[in-house]
Design a binder for this molecule. Structure first.
Ligand SMILES: C[C@@H](O)[C@](C)(O)C(=O)O
Ligand SMILES: [Zn+2]
Length: 258
């Protein structure tokens, strides 16, 4: 009958509502506690990564600089060695978020962290939010620090870093820049202003960024509108006087003052 057999197919697409990340920064302990010498936390990295896949901090004993990318944790130690660390290690201070870029911005001709922070501020619509920044970048210059594992009785972080901070300088290093911004009103909770760590693509170079330079990169920007602080339930934390840390002490510890 010449009836054309039409093959009719229906494809049923289940529209997956893109799961809106809860847009939260999770942190364990506070920067004031870390600055006060609270170097032994009671949370493991496996527990931390339940709260986020992107972050930074340190390990118990202030044993090096910790950076989290895609839920993997890397320690850059005071000998300049980077290792991926196991999830059963504990941390006294860490911040993490499930990174989700709201926008990406091209940044060019950055000669130092001062210029970088100015360019990042230009991209921030609300400076009373927290922010996370993720930036694959080829750094033409990188200066980082780390510090050795501390022994009890623990000293203030500013004294540890003043005497034992080890600085490293590199040229032409490609990797991932991990940055956070905390509004000054939260300065006793987290590092006020900007806090930058780095992990090279070959996982050999990183740490806490003291200075950097690069020609061009696209920074992914994640405004964060909630933050959750898990307080250590250690005896030392319960007995610590966390009111003695001065804002200037934190600024001095975080930046490059050479
Ligand atoms: C270990 C510290 O150097 C830390 C947490 O990276 C920081 O306060 O910058
Ligand atoms: Zn740091």
């Amino acid at each position: 009958d010449g009836q054309k057999n039409e093959q009719v197919t229906y494809s049923v697409g289940i529209v997956q509502e893109k799961s809106k990340k809860e847009n939260k920064l999770f942190q364990y302990s506070t920067i004031n506690a870390l600055m006060s010498g609270q170097y032994d936390g009671d949370i493991t990295l496996d527990e931390v990564k339940k709260h986020g896949d992107f972050g930074l901090g340190t390990l118990n004993g202030a044993d090096g600089e910790l950076t989290e990318i895609d839920s993997k944790f890397y320690r850059f130690d005071s000998k300049g060695k980077m290792t991926q660390v196991k999830g059963d290690l504990k941390t006294p201070f860490v911040v993490t978020t499930n990174f989700q870029a709201e926008k990406t911005a091209k940044i060019t001709n950055v000669a130092n962290t001062t210029e970088l922070t100015a360019k990042l501020l230009e991209q921030m619509d609300n400076k009373n939010n927290f922010y996370a920044f993720k930036m694959p970048v080829k750094l033409t210059y990188l200066k980082t620090r780390s510090e050795p594992k501390q022994e009890r009785p623990y000293r203030l972080l500013k004294d540890v870093l003043a005497e034992q901070q080890v600085e490293f300088e590199y040229k032409n290093v490609s990797g991932t820049f991990v940055g956070f911004y905390t509004p000054n009103y939260a300065a006793t909770i987290n590092v006020p202003g900007f806090h930058f760590h780095f992990v090279s693509d070959d996982k050999t170079i990183g740490g806490h960024i003291l200075n950097l330079a690069f020609d061009e990169a696209n920074v992914q920007i994640d405004p964060i509108t909630q933050f959750e602080v898990q307080l250590p339930q250690t005896k030392e934390f319960a007995e610590a006087d966390l009111t003695k840390i001065q804002l200037q002490d934190i600024i001095d510890v975080e930046g490059d003052h050479k």
